[in-house]
Design a protein around this ligand. Structure first.
Ligand SMILES: Nc1ncnc2c1ncn2[C@@H]1O[C@H](COP(=O)(O)OP(=O)(O)OP(=O)(O)O)[C@@H](O)[C@H]1O
Ligand SMILES: [Mg+2]
Length: 309
């Protein structure tokens, strides 16, 4: 297995008595899109800010690109890119002016700067907007300009903090295509999102809750590890069906989803036996094929588990 490009051990950040990030350990591999998931206040941005050198950690270690991230930060900074949760673009400058400004901060100048700016404008599909003020852009355009600004210096590790929040599904796809191109250029990406469809596209995920790492791995593995199967039942009398399903042994939960009932069955449970029992009880329904739980199931399960703990 390729060596980690970023390795985090025991990362912790306290604000007074409050621990926002608690003993976090994970690694990012070369060429990976690594997703950071967790509810509001979980500690995602705080973690990213420490890794970008914006915020000092209270404890813990991190190595990036073979160097100590905290003691060698100055040398590493030029090899990392950061797009913060709140856009750092200057709204009263044009798109091209912004990129030239940020390129200048990275030490680019002259021909090199011009060609990097032009390259990113095309790549992010905002070339036609280059002379517009940032304040005149749509959210999707603005986020792609911010991505261009964060990558002008061709960083090797890229931190993207909720880059697609407020972006419509079509522009969201455009943004992810741009991320794929950056990976093809050789970047590794850590991205936070609240969108579980996006999380599903990540190579691996870290799920954070209350500053702690709750789950970590490939999306598919995480779903399999939940140890259950999910069956969706469509019925006219879905409320009655839900009530009956909850009584059947092996059923972990039965939730309404529109006019369907989404039944979670333990891994060893027998879907056929479930359906037979419901038919015997007089229910009429249509059953979709059983499937793996979704990341949403995982999300809900982890939050519930932490509440009862
Ligand atoms: N400078 C600070 N001083 C005190 N508390 C802070 C500070 N920065 C963050 N926190 C707290 O740390 C916790 C984690 O915040 P953080 O912004 O990292 O969460 P997040 O996972 O990024 O959430 P969101 O999904 O809303 O962006 C929150 O409870 C927040 O209030
Ligand atoms: Mg955040």
């Amino acid at each position: 297995m390729a060596e980690a490009i970023l390795e985090v051990r025991g990362l912790t950040r306290r604000f007074g008595d409050f621990t926002a990030v608690s003993d976090l350990s994970f690694e990012i591999r070369p060429g990976e899109i690594f997703g950071f998931l967790g509810p509001n206040g979980a500690g995602k941005s705080t973690t990213i800010r420490m890794l970008c050198g914006v915020l000092a950690p209270s404890a813990g270690e991190a190595r990036a690109l073979g160097r100590d991230l905290f003691t060698d930060a100055d040398r590493l900074r030029a090899r990392m890119g950061y797009m913060s949760q709140k856009s750092s673009l200057l709204t009263d400058l044009t798109v091209a002016e912004n990129l030239r400004f940020f390129g200048g901060l990275y030490g680019l100048e002259g021909e090199g700067l011009q060609s990097e700016v032009a390259f990113r404008l095309h790549e992010m599909q905002v070339w036609d907007q280059r002379d517009l003020l940032v304040s005149a852009l749509s959210t999707g355009e603005r986020q792609r300009v911010a991505l261009a600004a964060a990558t002008l210096h061709r960083p090797e590790i890229l931190f993207l903090d909720e880059p697609t929040s407020g972006v419509d599904p079509l522009r969201r796809r455009l943004f992810w295509e741009a991320m794929d191109e950056l990976v093809a250029e050789g970047m590794s990406i850590l991205v936070t999102t609240h969108n579980l469809a996006e999380a599903d596209q990540c190579d691996r995920l870290a799920f954070i809750l209350g500053g702690k790492l709750m789950a970590y791995g490939r999306p598919r593995t995480l779903k399999e590890d939940l140890g259950r199967q999910v069956i969706e039942l469509r019925a006219e009398r879905f409320r009655e069906l839900q009530a009956s399903a909850r009584e059947i042994p092996g059923v972990l939960s039965a939730e309404l989803l529109g006019r369907s009932v989404r039944v979670s069955l333990s891994a060893g449970g027998d879907p056929a036996a479930l359906l037979a029992a419901l038919r015997q009880a007089g229910h009429a329904f249509e059953a979709l094929p059983s499937e793996l739980p979704s990341l949403e199931d995982l999300f809900v399960e982890l939050v519930q588990r932490s509440r009862t703990a």
